[in-house]
Design a protein around this ligand. Structure first.
Ligand code: PEP
Length: 281
């Protein structure tokens, strides 16, 4: 199975000039060269810039092997409306992104975003033909109290609602847009990122076997929801860097990484991607 390495740039970098410089550093690298590039056959790269840089970054990434994602979308409308500060799924798609991160723990922490809102966001994303990287993960306290799997089970319980809404919208849309997300092509349009909140940006990481067991649980839970969800990719996120990437990559349950801090330097981001590309080759 192809690996995924996704860079979440968060509210970085400070200027569009720096965003372009980061892209320059990524795109001059031989690892990505169209013919002899070692990465792109086994590892799909994606970056998620902040909304203000999205259109320029996605324009620059056209005709390259790197995909472009948003970090969030509006929960209020998939299109337009009086929702100050929001960007809709349609606007994100129009800006050139093909994916969006949803449910990142920083949305939960700083914006008090409840999990049930994600049913609506995911439905909007799929309606506008955006793939979804759904983030789930437990807090330090929940980890200490050995509640990880029950917390993840609760977070994943948004999925049946999403499947239900896909079943009803596909009836209306699939004739016009045959590639629109449907339950049948979910393996190409949905990724789960397991990100323990306590590991994000802290330098602390769970052991590879803890992540592996957790991913096994996530995969089993998805398969129990629908047979079509059996092969969904499950990525690990939380303080992944060039030094620890190969140990995560070596585990067959870990299909890739969602990377924050280390994605802001081309060298570390590509080293992580190379670790996954060679482990999954
Ligand atoms: C993230 O925020 O998704 C993340 C994984 O961050 P970091 O790699 O910096 O821990």
């Amino acid at each position: 199975m192809q690996a995924w390495v996704i860079g979440n740039w968060k509210q970085n970098p400070a200027t569009s000039h720096e965003a372009q410089a980061l892209l320059n550093d990524l795109l001059v690298n031989d690892l990505l060269a169209p013919t002899e590039g070692r990465l792109t056959n086994t590892c799909q790269l994606m970056v998620a810039p902040s909304c203000i840089h999205l259109a320029a970054v996605s324009a620059r990434l056209q005709e390259t092997p790197i995909l472009c994602a948003a970090q969030d979308i509006s929960a209020h409308s998939d299109s337009t409306g009086a929702y100050t500060g929001d960007c809709s799924a349609q606007q994100i798609a129009d800006a050139g992104a093909t994916w969006t991160i949803l449910g990142h723990s920083e949305r939960r922490q700083y914006h008090k975003e409840p999990y049930d809102r994600l049913v609506q966001k995911m439905a909007f994303a799929f309606k506008q033909n955006l793939g979804v990287i759904l983030c789930i993960g437990e807090t330090q306290e929940q980890y200490d109290n050995e509640q990880t799997l029950s917390v993840l089970g609760e977070q994943l319980s948004v999925i049946p609602g999403v499947l239900e809404s896909l079943r009803s919208t596909n009836v209306d849309t699939n004739n016009d847009t045959p590639n629109a997300p449907s339950i049948d092509n979910m393996t190409e349009r949905l990724i789960i990122a397991y990100e323990p909140v306590w590991a994000i940006g802290t330098g602390k990481v769970p052991t590879v076997s803890e992540v592996s067991r957790t991913h096994e649980y996530i995969k089993q839970t998805l398969a129990d929801y629908a047979a079509e969800l059996t092969d969904i990719s499950v990525l690990y996120g939380g303080s992944v860097n060039a030094d620890n990437a190969s140990s995560f990559a070596a585990d067959p349950m870990i299909d890739g990484a969602l990377v924050g801090g280390a994605s802001l330097k081309a060298q570390s981001f590509l080293a992580i991607a190379e670790a996954f590309a060679s482990a999954k080759a």
